[in-house]
Write a protein that binds this ligand. Structure first.
Ligand SMILES: [Zn+2]
Ligand SMILES: [Zn+2]
Length: 442
């Protein structure tokens, strides 16, 4: 069913937060978080970039601050929704105004480490990973708190750093990449801003890189719900050539000095094509406002991957228009893969006790919190497969067994979907994508 399954995101067990605890939390949060029109009270419109190292293995991980950077572009995220409304992702960064104790900003995300910790290597060996978050620049002394999910799916504090706009030393990026505007529809704070970063283009590939940037910008809008909402987006590209053409591929013994140092074969998966050089990536992005990063690898060999609120990588092979749309489902929507892949299910066995965080798969533990409201009366749950339905149609919303790599115990909304087999996005996935576009534009 899945022509080219990638090792995009793996799903470990997530524990549902106890209802009682979440009610207390909701009450607590509602009294302490900033209200929607508070942006100017807490923030001054600049962008604070935080570079840090996450070091760890399967047993656990720690965070160490590397540096604060004043990004040279204004805050591109929402000025009206400052608290992340989606309870998705394994990590969260929060900003707490020290004087008032108020939580003034939160954002959830996933990381490359999240993939690493489930590998065989991580059982024995620690590795360190560069990570970067961009935050709105605070007006006053602020605590920046990094959290991760515990084994009951609740966020627990990992580290916190004080940032004082008048006292904390900040750095500035000296050399960023040149920016090419591909689609401009309005101010960044009211648009979904996507930046495309070319990778694997050599000194003689300038023409090809520019042509590919143009094509990729068009691919973004090839499918619903992107197509009908293209005026809600800005798309920019970096002009970026490496010292050599191509990207590294350890399986072929190939080491390439590419612009971002991306490589195939990440975590032992041939087609998993990612970069670990987050600090360099964000240095290159210093002069461009963005909400989402697409790394466009100019290579014929199929490869890629995407991580929620982190970045997506897509190679320019012939499947790129579909794969880009699929990967944006992961990196923007935080959507799960809806296909079955026994090779990937080893580290993503969903417990029968807990509901996965992703909006488009369910373990039928709390289906009411997922898409039950979209299932028509009379449709049985679980819903029997309809193998005669062509994969160009999603088919009716129900609850079909087989998703999140697992053949049993995890259910998806429709027979076919962009997140399963490159059909159109199903209504559940479309809804989440639209909700996120709204967050940046409304
Ligand atoms: Zn995927
Ligand atoms: Zn879907």
């Amino acid at each position: 069913m899945n022509p080219n399954p990638l090792r995009h995101q793996n799903y470990t067990n997530f524990l549902a937060t106890a209802k009682k605890a979440s009610l207390v939390l909701i009450l607590l949060v509602s009294t302490l978080v900033a209200s929607a029109d508070d942006f100017g009270r807490w923030f001054d419109g600049r962008t604070l970039r935080v570079d840090y190292i996450r070091r760890g293995n399967a047993a656990g991980d720690t965070i160490e601050l590397s540096r604060f950077v004043e990004k040279s572009t204004a805050w591109s995220g929402s000025r009206t929704t400052l608290i992340d409304p989606f309870d998705n992702g394994d990590y969260r960064v929060s900003m707490i105004d020290v004087e008032s104790g108020r939580t003034v900003y939160t954002k959830c995300y996933n990381t490359l480490f999240r993939e690493y910790r489930d590998t065989y290597e991580a059982k024995h060996q620690s590795r360190e990973f560069e990570e970067v978050v961009n935050l709105p620049w605070p007006q006053a002394k602020t605590l920046i708190v990094f959290e991760k999910r515990d084994d009951r799916q609740r966020f627990v504090k990992q580290a916190s750093f004080v940032f004082s706009p008048r006292e904390t030393a900040v750095e500035h990026v000296q050399q960023s990449a040149q920016v090419r505007d591909l689609l401009l529809n309005g101010p960044s704070e009211r648009k979904v801003d996507i930046v495309i970063v070319p990778e694997g283009y050599g000194p003689n590939d300038d023409r090809r890189m520019r042509d590919d940037l143009r094509r990729f910008a068009d691919y973004i809008f090839g499918h619903a719900p992107f197509a009908s909402r293209h005026t809600d987006f800005n798309v920019r590209g970096l002009l970026l050539l490496g010292d050599e053409e191509g990207v590294s591929n350890p399986a072929l013994g190939r080491k390439v000095e590419s612009a971002l140092g991306s490589t195939y074969g990440v975590f032992g998966s041939d087609r998993y094509l990612m970069t670990f050089n987050l600090f360099r990536l964000h240095d290159l992005l210093d002069a461009v406002p963005f909400d989402y990063i697409v790394i466009m690898v100019g290579a014929d060999k199929y490869g890629g991957g995407a991580i929620y609120n982190f970045y997506a990588t897509v190679s320019t092979d012939r499947m790129a228009p579909l794969i880009l749309t699929h990967e944006l489902g992961h990196s923007i929507g935080g959507l799960a893969d809806e296909y079955v892949d026994p090779d990937l299910s080893y580290n993503s066995i969903h417990s029968s006790r807990f509901e996965p965080l992703e909006p488009n798969i369910t373990a039928l533990i709390d289906f009411g919190a997922k898409w039950r409201n979209l299932v028509a009366a009379g449709v049985p749950i679980p819903t029997p497969d309809n193998d005669t339905l062509p994969p160009t149609q999603c088919g009716p919303v129900g609850c079909y067994e087989g998703a999140g790599y697992q053949a049993t115990g995890i259910f998806r909304p429709t027979m076919h979907c962009m997140m399963r087999d490159y059909a159109p996005y199903c209504p559940v996935c479309s809804q989440r994508m639209n909700d996120i576009f709204d967050l940046y534009t409304k």
